[in-house]
Write a protein that binds this ligand. Structure first.
Ligand code: TYM
Length: 334
């Protein structure tokens, strides 16, 4: 058994991956492989809590796998898999449903947001989503769960479930910690800095996807909202200048520069110089990822090999946890 600590994270293939998913999540993953045992998965079971077109879901799941690899996740060093290939997620998800309280599930911000946006399809899965997410996490007994700010509440709920479950049955689950990046934890829409950049919404103008062409990316940044104050200078002030702060956060995340360095760089210049500069930095960051994704997508046999091996390894670990849980709660062993 490896001595390394464990990390796990997932992304729903509910839309094309955006700059937000990249900066808030994937970008930070490859470097961790030396230090941690890492599991990353395509959360297709979570994606269907909102209606999906089957062909699009299939395409995006594979594209997402190719993008993980193109972003630097080496399948030899990380376990990459598709959630629905590892049946233990659904099984433990059911068990944990019985340890998640109606009241706490009702308080989840994402549930409230998504119910408001999908009023015609407020299904049970949308409501119990966090117990499946808790199962995703706890099957692998990770020390850390790297996520963007918006998923923190779900990891907190997972921690409540651990406390409740372990309180009854002893130390079954390891207590996971959310791990939120300092820069890029919350990338906002380019047209509405009050809403996060989301892969399933704002399809028109507010987002940049990893597969967008340089021309599209530049267009998006040129039309990004800044602010209406008269000062028109590049200064980090999220409260009064949320649009500028968001562009600065993006620029900081892709260039590694601090906010002070960015302010100095654009001192005395208006947004006319700043916005295209952010766009160009993003284009150069995403170009190799897009090209490598396209190359990998042409090699279906390779991708299939990766997700099969990943599922096999994940299922082995997941099954050990599931058996322990079943035994503790009193299920008769097969
Ligand atoms: P999802 O698919 O909405 O987002 C995937 C990851 O990207 C982060 N993220 C962002 N970070 C910064 N700015 C943004 N605009 C932005 N948009 C997305 C998210 O915080 C997340 O880390 N429920 C999860 C998927 C999941 C999961 C898990 C994650 C299922 N099971 C177990 C961790 C562990 C979700 O919907 O993420």
């Amino acid at each position: 058994m490896s001595e390394k600590k464990t990390m796990l994270s997932g992304i729903k293939p509910s839309g094309d991956l955006t700059l937000g998913s990249y900066l808030g999540a994937i970008k930070n993953w490859p470097a961790r492989a030396e230090e941690f045992d890492c599991y990353y998965f395509m959360a297709d079971m979570h994606a269907i809590t909102v209606r999906q077109d089957p062909a699009a879901l299939r395409r995006r799941t594979l594209e997402q796998l190719a993008q993980y690899i193109a972003c630097g996740l080496d399948p030899e060093k990380n376990t990459l898999f598709i959630q629905s290939h590892v049946r233990q997620h659904a099984e433990l998800g059911w068990v944990l449903n019985c340890y998640a309280m109606f009241g706490e599930l009702s308080r989840m911000t994402q549930f409230k947001d998504k119910s408001a946006k999908n009023a015609d399809n407020i299904n049970g899965g949308l409501f119990t989503y966090p117990s499946l997410m808790a199962a995703d996490i706890l099957l692998y007994q990770p020390d850390f769960v790297p996520v963007g700010e918006d998923q923190k509440q779900h990891v907190e709920l997972t921690r409540n479930i651990v406390q409740r479950f372990n309180g009854v049955y002893g130390d079954v689950f390891k207590m996971p910690e959310p791990y939120i990046p300092k820069v890029g934890a919350r990338i906002m829409s380019l047209t509405n800095p009050a809403a996060k950049m989301s892969k399933s919404e704002n399809e028109d103008t507010g987002r940049v996807t990893l597969m967008d062409s340089p021309a599209v990316i530049m267009k998006q940044f040129k039309r990004a909202v800044t602010d209406s104050d008269t000062e028109r200078c590049v200064r980090y002030d999220p409260e009064n200048k949320p649009g500028v702060a968001n562009l600065m956060a993006i620029y900081a995340a892709v260039t590694g520069k601090s906010f002070a360095e960015i302010e100095a760089e654009f001192e005395g210049q208006g947004y006319g110089k700043f916005k295209p500069a952010v766009g160009e930095a993003v284009v150069e960051t995403l170009r190799p990822i897009r090209e490598e994704t396209e190359r990998l997508l042409a090699d279906k046999a390779y991708l299939e090999g990766v997700y099969r091996a990943g599922a096999e390894k994940a299922a082995y670990v997941a099954e050990k946890t599931l058996r322990k849980v079943y035994k503790k709660i009193g299920f008769v062993a097969r």
